[in-house]
Write a protein that binds this ligand. Structure first.
Ligand code: IPM
Ligand code: MN
Length: 332
């Protein structure tokens, strides 16, 4: 951000706030009020990642880092999560999918982010022997995310694939009904409806058939992890969570505690998240493109972090986190 400010004559001011495990350790809460206030008073939030193995292996933990993330999404009204899946040409060999299937794949996911089974009533009954999670969607929630997806499709290849499980699930039937209705307002955009199981298959079989994909919270969570393999690595994927106020920009990967302190994490997903922030929250298109071009440039120069180094690029220079970031800075 500072390199962009220097190059384009801007000045950005930063505030820092705790969330997740570190916030629990410091205050007892995964999202302290102070952090939320700071976010609400900022123009945009650049987010790290939450999660800690300590809680993953303890299903009885009542306070969990992820609660901070979910509360932030709800409180900031971040109902649309944009996850662009774009393969940099240089990384064709880094994916486990065959290059001829992958080349040119470019998908924009719209994952609904503040509804569904994530936020419905949950609990236990029968003395704790039965658990339930309610999935719920209201018409307006589907409508607003569908419009965002159709609007985006107009700026791209004009195709929307809406993903649901309308053959079984009632919220999916409402979802499909609403998307069909919204689609009528966009006669220039081609729409198709797919079931989530078939979509999981088609993403790997023929990723290029997709342009914009719009889906519910849980399906979107799962499908975008799968789709990350189209881009070679989770370490490449940025996301934007937007609503009507402050936007939040974060890599789609988690906190990767298995590599804590090793200096091998791929910083590009975070850097590309800053590029989305510049574009979407600040309307700085040229600045955003400068960041993406710099990332493209370091890949073209053969620099790789461990997760995207592959056997088909024998000349690749494998760098750690800091060094990779430094190469991006040089090109900005
Ligand atoms: C994501 C993450 C979160 C989610 C977790 C950490 C709660 O997997 O942003 O995709 O499930 O939404
Ligand atoms: Mn996820």
């Amino acid at each position: 951000m500072d390199a962009i400010a220097a190059k384009f004559g801007h000045s950005f001011t930063y505030d820092e706030a705790l969330i997740g495990h570190v916030a629990i350790e410091a205050t007892g809460s995964p999202l302290p009020d102070e952090s939320l206030e700071k976010m609400l008073h900022s123009d945009a939030v650049l987010f790290g990642a939450v999660g800690h193995p300590k809680y993953d292996n303890d299903p009885s933990a009542r306070v969990r880092p992820e609660q901070g993330l979910l509360k932030m999404r709800k409180e900031l009204g971040l109902y649309a999560n944009l996850r662009p899946i774009k393969l940099f040409d240089e990384l064709l060999g880094a994916s486990s999918i065959k290059p001829e299937i992958l080349k040119g794949a470019d998908i924009l996911f719209f994952r609904e982010l503040t509804g569904d089974i994530y936020f419905g009533e949950k609990g236990r009954k029968n003395n704790g022997d039965t658990a339930y999670d309610v999935a719920e969607y209201s018409r307006y929630e589907v409508e607003r995310i569908a419009r965002k997806a159709f609007d985006a499709a107009r700026t791209r290849r004009k195709k929307v694939c809406s993903v649901d499980k309308a053959n079984v699930i009632e919220t999916s039937r409402l979802w499909r009904e609403v998307v069909q209705k919204v689609a009528k307002e966009y006669p220039d955009v081609e729409v198709e409806h797919q079931f989530v199981d078939a979509t999981a298959m088609l993403l790997i079989k023929d990723p290029r058939r997709f342009d914009v994909v719009v889906t519910a919270n849980l399906f979107g969570d799962i499908l975008t992890d799968e789709a990350s393999q189209i881009a070679g690595s989770m370490g490449m994927l940025a996301s934007a969570s937007i609503g009507d106020g402050t936007g939040v920009y974060e890599p789609i990967h988690g906190s990767a505690h298995d590599i804590t302190g090793k200096g091998v994490a791929n910083p590009l997903a975070s850097i590309l998240s800053a590029a989305l922030l510049l574009d979407i929250s600040f309307g700085m298109k040229a600045e955003s493109e400068a960041v993406i071009a710099a990332v493209d440039g370091v890949l073209k120069a053969g620099f790789r972090t461990r997760d995207i180094a592959d056997a088909t690029t024998p000349t690749a220079k494998v760098l750690g986190t800091e060094a990779m970031g430094a190469e991006v800075l040089k090109l900005i």
